[in-house]
Design a protein around this ligand. Structure first.
Ligand code: NAD
Ligand code: MG
Length: 411
């Protein structure tokens, strides 16, 4: 039995993870579940799963949860805040940490899991975007493992030679691979597929008036609100380009984006001999979750079988970078290096939150990020406190820009 902590258990990835575990209760034991402030949600999960620990990031929510669990006479220990998250990410009795908190809040507990040498199933892409170098160095140093849950990266992971992956069991390696790493493995490029989100057919002008409800109605995936908006602006694909560069030792120009509206091919790897390997499946996150939970073995996921004859056609298109400026911003930030991607991520989180609260137009999201990036310069730093400092600085700056836009533009 492998003990598991699910960070962000009440979210879309967290719940899908529990769906897979439900089918393999002989293999996995849920030891800890966490959430931000959804007392109702975490209480229900505690009743069902009886974990040893439940953590609420919010202290007040933790108190409420504790009272409810006491009333129900459940022997669950309730913890709160960052310390609680760090504790359950590094418990000696767990082997696996599902990192499924959304946004920068996931970085510190994910790093704690790396420091404790755990198998990390990484859904929280923002952690890598904020601090790729630091997170990978920590993984190597402590013999941890980092397996991608993001469907595209999980697909690439399944299509690259095992020796290429940045976190194979190579205990002697403490550094990131060289710039020629991809070519050394015979790979010429990585193609990340993108559905194009709900506004694929919209003009830029039409996108100016879209609402959060429209942005969150993704055609193929049911996900949390932040990543849904990221998919609509295509910043999600931008964050994924950065994520791929770190996970697979790629240069930004070696990672290309291909629009594929059906989301059946989850990504492709092209080799120098002309071979292209792809991973296919119905768009259901339980597949990459089961893959990473079981790896290197395969375990069932209860995902509907792919029926290509029924689907009939798979389509592909190039991305229009002018319509989706966030994608270019992400490529540029990765090229600039250092904490430029930390700044990109921070400004994006602030802008997306403002859009979700109807304080900012959809098409002002990229403008907030652009303005923040043009005023703040990234630095080459790898210490956590300095990265978090940059993150805070960028959030403060982006908040000011949002306030300017929201008073002048939104109605
Ligand atoms: P979600 O909004 O559905 O869930 C987020 C979870 O994180 C919840 O449990 C919430 O309580 C917790 N949380 C939020 N803010 C927190 C904070 N400040 N401190 C502690 N916990 C906090 O999000 P999701 O769609 O499940 O996405 C989670 C992560 O997985 C994101 O990084 C996302 O990019 C990534 N991801 C999601 C999908 C998907 O299909 N949903 C696919 C690929 C990658
Ligand atoms: Mg993805």
């Amino acid at each position: 039995m492998k003990g598991i902590t699910i960070l962000g258990a009440t979210g879309s990835i967290g719940l899908n993870t529990l769906e897979v575990i439900k089918q393999h209760q002989d293999k996995f034991k849920v030891i800890a579940l966490t959430a931000n402030r959804d007392v109702e949600g975490l209480n229900a999960l505690c009743l069902e799963w009886l974990p040893r620990y439940a953590v609420m990031a919010d202290a007040q929510a933790a108190e409420q949860l504790e009272q409810r669990l006491k009333r129900a006479q459940l022997p669950v220990q309730v913890l709160s805040g960052k310390d609680g998250l760090i504790k359950v990410a590094s418990l000696p009795e767990i082997e696996i940490v599902m990192a499924a908190i959304v946004g920068g809040a996931g970085l510190v507990p994910t790093l704690a899991a790396a420091q404790a040498g755990k198998r990390i199933l990484l859904a929280n892409k923002e952690a890598l975007v904020m601090s790729g170098q630091l997170l990978l160095a920590t993984v190597f140093k402590h013999d941890a493992e980092l397996l991608p849950i993001d469907s595209e990266h999980n697909a690439v992971f399944q299509c690259i030679p095992p020796s290429h992956f940045n976190t194979t069991y190579d205990h002697s390696r403490t550094q990131l691979k060289t710039p020629s790493a991809l070519a050394d493995s015979g790979i010429s490029r990585i193609l990340l597929t993108a559905s194009g989100g709900p506004f694929r057919h919209y003009s830029y002008e039409q996108m100016q008036t879209v609402t959060p409800e429209q942005a969150c109605a993704h055609p193929n995936w049911k996900m949390g609100p932040k990543i849904s908006v990221d998919s609509a602006t295509m910043m999600n694909k931008g964050l994924e380009v950065i994520e791929a560069c770190w996970l697979f030792s790629a240069q930004p120009h070696q990672v290309e984006v291909l629009l594929h509206p059906q989301s059946i091919i989850h990504s492709l790897v092209e080799y120098i001999d002309g071979s292209v390997l792809a991973q296919l499946g119905n768009p259901d996150m339980r597949t990459p979750i089961a893959h990473a939970l079981g790896w290197p073995e395969r375990i069932s996921s209860d995902v509907k079988r792919l029926n290509l004859a029924e689907i009939g056609q798979l389509q592909f298109e190039l991305v229009d970078f002018k319509k989706f400026p966030c994608l270019q911003l992400a490529y540029d930030a990765m090229l600039a290096g250092g904490t430029t991607t930390t700044i990109l991520n921070a400004a994006n989180e602030i802008a997306v939150q403002a859009f979700l609260q109807k304080r900012l137009r959809f098409t002002d999201i990229h403008r907030v990020i652009e303005t923040t990036l043009s005023h703040l310069t990234g630095r080459i730093v790898t210490q956590l406190d300095l990265i978090l400092e940059e993150d805070t600085r960028a959030r403060e700056f982006a908040t000011e820009i949002v306030n300017q836009y929201s008073t002048t533009n939104y109605h």
